[in-house]
Design a protein around this ligand. Structure first.
Ligand code: UGA
Length: 443
């Protein structure tokens, strides 16, 4: 089938090259010339495992091509996926400028029988508004569908090719047929609903995941007070299939472009509809407090953080991506700078994107290797659980630090091993505070 993808961010590009890999002929459009020029050279503008290889392969097979010429992309596809951003406005609502703008721009070029699919995450009733917009342009014969995506960054290709479900929102089941045909080879359940239900499924899914994380973090705080271990609590409840073990990892909380933004947008939708969503307000608040707890934990060791040097291991919002949007590392860096600390950062992939987001900060230094970053440091905070951190030579690291303080914000390292290497180690919700200390507080 001929497919067009409008917007080549991580959702658009992944969708495009994966569909191309499945044998469809795909054109990816973006108004960002720099991005398109990169893609045309076979370079993925984002780091996503396997994406660049698949891009090059499908381009070589002439199954995928990129363009910055919108009419070309619109004319190509029988199905057009809209994958543009819906960023957060200051009040938490989703900014629909891009998706509305794209619909206005594509409308004059659309032909009867074409199918426009909303893949961007949008507030409920947006598809209805977009459909109305198309009608204003005289495009009554164009079908509009909603097809929310559930890709995780860092795992996007596998999630696309092996989804656990596919959701299609349509005005009637007949209109959903072309998308059902496109996804025919996927063995997962396919849920066909009305447009509003599909839009709510997306927001509800991300908000539920956020709720699980804040729930386990709330219990982690109690564990710290009473001497219990959150890792065992998570195991003990997660083995109940009604609860499930996924998304019960306590730590610094969730970041990224999706969970925080979608939860806040969902809250605003509920507010507009006068539905009580205060549960989600608390989820957001618990998450926002996580970095402050890390600062308090450091203050249990260092009476003052001013003038001291702290190293953040991991800057991306999660491993296997260079995305730093709403990353905990940004908040932590700002809090440490406010305390008067010197901050150093190391990340296998996200260093440059982090620097851009942080802006000019004289007391922040980016390092390209973890061993130089820790020299004469007063503490390390493990912010993102990149696999490489497990395999570092931690003994060498400990020896080059001024004080061997290690705050494991993801409970990723073995506490026994780190203590045996001479670190003062603290995880999140492990119930024992700082391990390796002879006295409860030191300066
Ligand atoms: C999330 C959803 O998981 C996807 O299903 C969805 O498609 C995507 O948003 C989207 O809307 O586009 P993503 O933002 O890539 O995916 O990342 P997640 O894997 O959900 O992780 C989000 C954050 O939660 C990360 O900062 C991670 O470190 C944190 N997290 C995750 C925890 O703190 N604890 C956990 O147990 C799991």
């Amino acid at each position: 089938m001929e497919i067009s993808v409008i917007g080549t961010g991580y959702v658009g590009l992944t969708t495009g090259v994966c569909l191309a890999q499945l044998g469809h002929t795909v054109v990816g459009y973006d108004k960002d010339l720099y991005r398109i020029e990169k893609i045309q050279r076979g370079i993925s503008p984002i780091f996503e495992p396997g994406l660049q290889e698949l891009l090059q392969k499908t381009m070589g097979e002439k199954k995928f091509r990129a363009t910055s010429h919108l009419p070309e992309a619109v004319q190509h596809g029988r199905i057009l996926f809209l994958c543009v951003g819906t960023p957060q406005l200051p009040d938490g609502r989703a900014d629909l400028t891009q998706i509305e703008g794209v619909v206005r721009e594509i409308a004059p070029h659309l032909k009867p029988g074409q199918i426009v699919v909303e893949k961007s995450t949008v507030p409920v009733k947006t598809a209805r508004r977009l459909k109305h917009l198309l009608e204003i342009y005289g495009k009554k014969d164009v079908t509009l569908l909603s097809n929310p995506e559930f890709l995780r960054e860092g795992n996007a290709i596998e999630d696309f090719l092996k989804p656990d479900r596919i959701v299609i929102g349509a005005e009637d089941s007949h209109s959903a047929q072309p998308l059902l045909a496109l996804y025919e080879s996927f063995p997962c359940p396919k849920i066909v609903t009305d447009l509003e239900t599909a839009e709510i499924i997306k927001h509800a899914a991300n908000s539920f995941l956020a709720t699980k994380i804040s729930f386990i973090n709330m219990i982690a705080d109690l564990c710290d007070k009473v001497g219990a271990d959150i890792e065992k609590v998570a195991e003990g409840i997660g083995l109940d299939p009604r609860i499930g073990k996924e998304f019960l990892k306590a730590g610094l909380g969730y970041g990224g472009y999706c969970l925080p933004k979608d939860l806040r947008a969902f809250l605003q939708i509920a507010k507009d509809q006068q539905v009580d969503f205060s549960l989600l307000e608390v989820v957001d608040r618990i998450n926002e407090e996580r970095p402050y707890r890390a600062i308090s934990a450091l203050k249990e060791i260092h009476l003052s953080l001013s003038g001291k040097t702290f190293v953040l291991f991991g800057l991306s919002f999660k491993p296997n991506t260079d995305d730093i949007r709403e990353a905990r590392s940004l908040k932590l860096t700002r809090l440490l700078l406010e305390e008067g600390s010197f901050v150093r950062g190391y990340d296998p992939k996200a260093g440059e994107t982090f620097l851009k987001a942080l802006g000019e900060e004289v007391r922040f230094t980016l390092f390209t290797d973890p061993y130089s970053a820790v020299k004469d440091a007063h503490g390390i905070i493990l912010v993102t659980e990149w696999e490489e951190f497990k395999n570092l030579d931690w003994e060498t690291i400990r020896k080059s630090m001024v004080s061997p303080v290690l705050l494991d914000g993801r409970n990723y390292l073995s506490q026994e091993k780190m203590v045996s290497l001479g670190f003062l180690y603290r995880g999140v919700g492990r119930g024992k505070g700082w391990l390796g200390l002879k006295h409860p507080s030191q300066s």
